[in-house]
Design a protein around this ligand. Structure first.
Ligand SMILES: Nc1ncnc2c1ncn2[C@@H]1O[C@H](COP(=O)(O)OP(=O)(O)OP(=O)(O)O)[C@@H](O)[C@H]1O
Length: 260
């Protein structure tokens, strides 16, 4: 490691995940991601991409090993420490996860939820400063004119960009995007990917994204991580992921079962 190397922002050390039914989600994963990277995770369906993604913010608990965020173990974190670590991690889902009948503003403001006590949330009490943050996030994805529209009045691509604005309003250091474009048409896909790239480059937010399209992985990523049957089988700069490498990542991914 060179002296100038930054501290890792995400670090997996020997991470294993076995689901309750014995399915192996992740096997001995070591992975180090530095601030500002745009890392694309690829692999066959069922390879473990979502499991990897969801382990970072503990939507799933891992079975063994350790995951550190900015040098602190999120695996060990509890209570307030876990909440504060989760605030640093925004998440974008395939199905947008918006409250469809609520306004765009309201949806984007929920990015601030982690900063308030529950009772204020129940009363919908957001500060003027937070409303301003929400508006600025919408400006960044060029949807400020939709601030009072109902979420379900927007197209799929626009809804996904609202969910990006929601993640931005959280002021995260990391954005996890779990197949964010799987429900979108090709044109809208590029718009959403462009927004993710923009916030990565302009705000320095680290992006960890899982994609089915190798073409998009190469177009947008700075680095590719290949997962096969829960194992990390490739990790390198986009330029080094040649056709042979990609074919190997996508070769037969039978999921392992513990005790099977
Ligand atoms: N809650 C669960 N209980 C049991 N097994 C699960 C659970 N969630 C995922 N799995 C299994 O773990 C393995 C990895 O799944 P995961 O969703 O991480 O794969 P993926 O690469 O994201 O797939 P896809 O591209 O289809 O979303 C699969 O065999 C899957 O069936």
């Amino acid at each position: 490691m060179t002296v100038a190397q930054k501290e890792p922002i995400i670090q997996f050390t020997q991470v294993n995940k076995v689901y309750e039914n014995g399915t192996v989600g992740l096997k001995d994963i070591d992975l180090t991601i530095y601030p500002g990277e745009f890392v694309v995770v690829i692999g066959l369906s069922g390879a473990g991409k979502s499991t990897l993604m969801r382990s970072v913010n503990r939507l799933h608990d891992i079975t063994s090993g350790d995951i550190q965020i900015g040098g602190r173990s999120i695996t060990q974190a509890k209570g307030k420490e876990l909440l504060s670590m989760r605030r640093e991690i925004g998440m974008i889902f395939q199905n947008f996860n918006l409250v469809k009948r609520a306004t765009v503003l309201r949806n984007v403001l929920t990015g601030r939820v982690g900063y308030y006590p529950t009772w204020k949330m129940l009363l919908g009490m957001f500060s003027a400063a937070d409303k301003q943050k929400a508006y600025e996030s919408l400006q960044r994805v060029e949807l400020a004119d939709k601030v009072y529209a109902r979420a379900d009045e927007l197209s799929g691509g626009q809804q996904q960009r609202v969910s990006i604005a929601r993640a931005l309003t959280q002021e995260p250091r990391i954005i996890l995007a779990d197949e964010p474009i799987a429900s979108l048409d090709p044109q809208t896909t590029h718009r959403v990917m462009d927004d993710l790239k923009k916030i990565n480059e302009e705000l320095g937010i680290t992006v960890l994204i899982n994609l089915h399209s190798v073409e998009l992985a190469k177009e947008y990523g700075s680095r590719i991580v290949g997962i096969r049957a829960g194992h990390k089988v490739f990790d390198g700069p986009v330029a080094s992921a040649d056709d042979e490498t990609i074919a190997a990542i996508y070769s037969g991914a039978d999921t392992e079962k513990v005790g099977a």
